[in-house]
Ligand binder design. Sequence first.
Ligand code: FMN
Length: 333
Amino acid sequence: MLGVSTPEMVAAVSNEGGLGSLPVGGLSPEVIQQLIRQTQTLTNKPFAVNLFAHAVPPYTEEDIEPMRHLLMQLATKRGYQLDAANLSDFQLYTYHDQIDTLIQEGVSIVSFTFGCLDNTTIQLLKSIGCTLIGTATCVEEALYLQQHSIDLITVQGVEAGGHRGTFIESIPLPQVGLFSLLPQVKSAVQIPCIAAGGINSAQSIKAAFELGADAVQIGTAFIGTEESQAIASYKDKLTAAKDTDTSLTRAFSGRWARGIRNELMSEIEESGVPIPPYPVQNSLIAKLRKLAQQAGDSDYTTLWAGQSAGGTERKSAKEVFLNLVEQYKVLYS
Ligand SMILES: Cc1cc2nc3c(=O)[nH]c(=O)nc-3n(C[C@H](O)[C@H](O)[C@H](O)COP(=O)(O)O)c2cc1C
């Protein structure tokens, strides 16, 4: 979970027998090296490194001017001093810039979302024994990943917090719930599937296994942990969230993602100003998001969360993980 997960969280999960996942989408090779090394000092167990496999769309200063203007206006109204963002300020690293660092640092499990790695990168990673995990939000994407020799698929239901992993753009945004999606993907592919979306209890883990999952992937339930980078007011919103409090939005990043609705989301959506595509909008909004986070202002930052966010606990990552395992054993072993 980029912006939330830390080496401490990743290591806590891996140390207890789970597979921690270190998010590095869009980060520089130098930062990635540092994060991987930090994680390696905290665990000698395997962990995955997670990349974003999207293309960067062409855009110009002119294209972004209306959104830049809106964000300046909103920041001033909220009492934040925001310098105008220039496109030249943004350094957008793609996975092509990052792969060499992963290889140098001895990463053995690479997961990715927002697309599929290209064939050369897939062959390169496989030739050194890397396990590859792709993300699918519909059957067609799952088949695409299988055809490209990906080893496992994260099957992401629409309940899931954060960005949709969607990458086939010729079909309308897949919004399939995990209960419907998982059995259909399982019937279509022959590789293992990891269920993601709304899983936060022994019962939901069991339900995923009953529907054919080979493993489960859990995000939101770890946002409230001590090791998470989320600000306190974000964690509070998660704990208090109702089933209907999240929405899919493009307002924060230019890609569809699920989060708890807040003022900034509504103001951008209701402005009618065109939202630039990912990762442009994500970069444009970054400074405002940072200012809001520094001020503890959960109404002006992103609150990525899934539909099962309510009741998220404030424990250590180790406790959250072990409680799930323990509950599962008590109920089902
Ligand atoms: C705050 C947050 C950040 C996320 N960041 C990433 C990411 O960097 N890479 C990724 O593959 N998935 C990311 N996801 C999606 C998760 O991998 C997963 O699909 C989702 O959390 C599962 O649903 P749940 O949140 O209901 O458990 C993120 C999810 C959240 C909540």
